[in-house]
Design a protein around this ligand. Structure first.
Ligand code: ARG
Length: 265
């Protein structure tokens, strides 16, 4: 399968990037300038370049040499319907919107929440999923509900996410520690460097089930909608993706993909 091979190549390229990035400063990878195949280099108009941040199970993550997840599969369906080849660019979450704005990527799909502020920079498609910001704590911690979080709490978040934005607003910058990935934030929680992690509910569940001694608070922190972002001047692509999404919704394909990754409770 051509698509699979392409994503395999991307993953290998990304792993190589990480190897080299490890030798330099963080700045090397910060702006998403990874030496992955760029839109220009791919030499095909038929490529749909999706920027994501594949550290976000079950929406996008890397397993072995493959990109997997709900977003990856929905994007694959959209690309098929548009008769395009999907190319995945795995970049820092907070560089996705800028890259879409400048046309470096055709679309951003990363469990991305629709917010008014982001809408000023990019257009969002119709929503295809909903999310909840949840709070992960260590079992038996003093934080029993969202009301126990204050400016005194050490809150871990993934940089640039809505968890980061809302928590910075609510508890002040001082309380927030920003990490490159949600997994890094969870690691800090496990080693008692933060008191809680605010992150989307499905990744929260994945991280909690992969690590002993963590639990998710019953009370949720915020509720939101996920959509794909596209450059403001690319209404044509926006409309095409919306048409594809509506067909994928009515055919039951989206539900089918979601239920592969998320079991009904
Ligand atoms: N829903 C949150 C937001 O839009 C977090 C998304 C993080 N996604 C990722 N692939 N790391 O800000």
């Amino acid at each position: 399968m051509k698509k699979r091979i392409l994503s395999l190549m991307m993953a290998v390229a990304f792993a190589t990037t990480l190897l080299f990035a490890g030798c330099g400063s963080n700045e090397d990878t910060k702006d998403g300038e990874t030496p992955l195949e760029s839109k220009e280099e791919s030499g095909s108009d038929e490529t749909l370049v999706m920027a994501t941040n594949a550290t976000f199970p079950p929406y996008e993550y890397v397993e072995g040499n493959d990109y997997l997840g709900i977003d990856v599969e929905i994007a694959g369906e959209i690309a098929d319907m548009l008769d395009m080849e999907l190319e995945i660019q795995d970049v820092e979450f907070d560089s996705i919107i800028a890259g879409v704005q400048t046309g470096k990527y055709d679309m951003g799909m990363a469990g991305m929440t629709v917010t008014d502020e982001r809408k000023q920079s990019v257009n969002f498609t119709d929503t295809y999923a909903s999310g909840i910001q949840s709070v992960i704590v260590a079992e038996g911690s003093g934080i029993a509900s969202v009301d126990d979080i204050s400016s005194e709490t050490r809150v871990g978040v993934q940089q640039g996410t809505t968890g980061d934005i809302y928590a910075s607003d609510d508890y002040g910058d001082e309380a927030i520690t920003r990490f490159k990935t949600g997994a890094d934030a969870v690691q800090a929680l496990l080693t008692n460097k933060v008191d809680c992690v605010i992150i989307d509910n499905e990744p929260a569940k994945a991280f909690v089930s992969a690590n002993e001694g963590l639990t998710i608070l019953d009370t949720s922190y915020a509720e939101e909608d996920y959509a794909i972002c596209v450059a403001k001047d690319n209404e044509e692509l926006l409309n095409k993706i919306n048409d594809a999404l509506s067909e994928l919704k009515s055919s039951g394909k989206i539900d089918e993909i979601v239920s592969k990754y998320i079991s009904a409770e």
